[in-house]
Design a protein. Structure first.
Length: 410
């Protein structure tokens, strides 16, 4: 009996030792830089849905870049090469723009960093956008107008959105929905406090690696506020209230790469502008184009509770053609190598998409698509098959009109 007990204990100890050794070996293997690069990264480069999609899209982006007219402002980033991360390229972009600001006084960043100028540019170029209802150049006048009711005079559709012109970072919480006239009257003191707080708030990209350069581009922005009408709301069967549907479209060299709706719905391009496919960026669908033959509900991690199946109509019913074309038209008018164009869509109006905002940089997670997009950006930049327009004395981008671009590309 004693011998059997001892033998059993020895077996358990040996099994435990073997398991611990195996776990340690696996942990060491996965932590070794060589393994991560030579095996794991290379495996992802060949088998992930992102990699397969990138290989299909790459020649189309090279073709787009060859016929692209790039504005001087975006044309002289330093030390751009394939292998840089998206964040590293964005940092170099802001460094280049900071240098232009300090040397030549060029403040082209206002086309995105100053929302007042951004919306003026959008309207000047006849791009569809929700109407700008009011504009204030001081917090005192905005507070007075909300106190008297003048701010919402003549407005009968709600919600409307109060936005800060001088703040674009999500961390600044610079957008405030106004639900109704009654709500505004009941929350007058809170609105006044918000307006005063945001008036003195200095833009700070403190969550981004490009913080120092970006902050130099925004430190002299003049504060202001706008009141904007809402884009059309969509009735979704799985939600209790109508909602806004915002597509974040990543555009390189005048061609849309993909669009994001929330964190877990990625729209990839099909064979034509009318075609698109909705995929989940995480879990089993992110491998080997598995979205083509596995149920959409087979998801993992962050996207496990995604309501992706409720949004198939966007791809199936032709909404993405409007989204792709509007985002690409915007990028070509900006003559920019990369921009994120946020586009609003409304269910029942596949041709009624409109711009919400523009972003020269994005902190929105794109998972293993991000290095592929960075490669597209950097590769076409280093090949220099595009044509550069303008110089340090050219008209500021935020003042340019479609006629200026037409002359530039003629």
């Amino acid at each position: 009996m004693a011998w059997n007990v001892c033998k059993h204990r020895v077996s358990c100890l040996m099994c435990a030792w073997f398991a611990i050794t195996l776990l340690a070996l696996l942990q060491f293997t996965f932590s070794v830089k060589w393994f991560k690069h030579e095996v794991w990264v290379r495996l992802d480069d060949w088998t992930s849905t992102a990699a397969i999609y990138h290989r299909a899209q790459r020649p189309l982006f090279r073709k787009a870049a060859k016929s692209f007219k790039l504005h001087y402002v975006w044309s002289h980033m330093e030390d751009i090469r394939v292998g840089l991360s998206y964040d590293e390229i964005v940092t170099r972009r802001f460094a280049s723009m900071r240098k232009d600001l300090e040397m030549y006084g060029r403040d082209d960043a206002r086309i995105e960093k100053d929302k007042c100028e951004m919306y003026r540019w959008i309207e000047r170029n006849h791009l569809p956008v929700a109407k700008i209802l009011k504009h204030w150049s001081s917090n005192a006048s905005a507070i007075a107008d909300f106190a008297s009711g003048e701010a919402l005079s003549g407005i009968d559709k709600f919600p409307v959105f109060l936005k800060c012109c001088h703040l674009t970072q999500g961390s600044a919480k610079s957008v405030r929905p106004v639900k109704s006239k009654e709500w505004a009257a009941a929350n007058r003191a809170e609105l006044a406090s918000w307006l005063n707080d945001k008036w003195s708030y200095k833009a700070d990209d403190h969550l981004r690696v490009w913080r120092d350069h970006a902050n130099k581009l925004t430190e002299k922005l003049v504060p202001g506020f706008i009141l904007q009408a809402s884009a059309p709301l969509s009735v979704m069967p799985h939600l209790q209230k109508p909602t806004l549907l915002e597509m974040r479209v990543e555009v390189f060299w005048g061609r849309a790469y993909m669009a994001l709706l929330g964190h877990c719905m990625f729209f990839l391009r099909g064979e034509t502008d009318k075609d698109a496919v909705l995929v989940n960026p995480l879990g089993i669908q992110s491998v080997a184009n598995a979205h083509k033959f596995l149920p959409q509900k087979l998801t993992l991690g962050l996207c496990a509770d995604s309501d992706i199946e409720h949004h198939n109509f966007i791809a199936d019913e032709g909404y993405m053609e409007c989204v792709w074309k509007l985002a690409e038209r915007t990028a070509k008018l900006m003559m920019i190598d990369y921009v994120r164009v946020d586009v609003m869509i409304a269910r029942g109006k596949p041709d009624g998409c409109m711009i919400n905002e523009l972003s020269l940089s994005s902190g929105f997670p794109t998972f293993n698509h991000q290095p592929k997009m960075a490669e597209i950006w950097a590769e076409m930049y280093t090949l220099k098959e595009y044509e550069v327009y303008g110089d340090q004395s050219s008209k500021p981008l935020y003042l340019m009109e479609e006629s200026d671009v037409e002359r530039a590309v003629a």
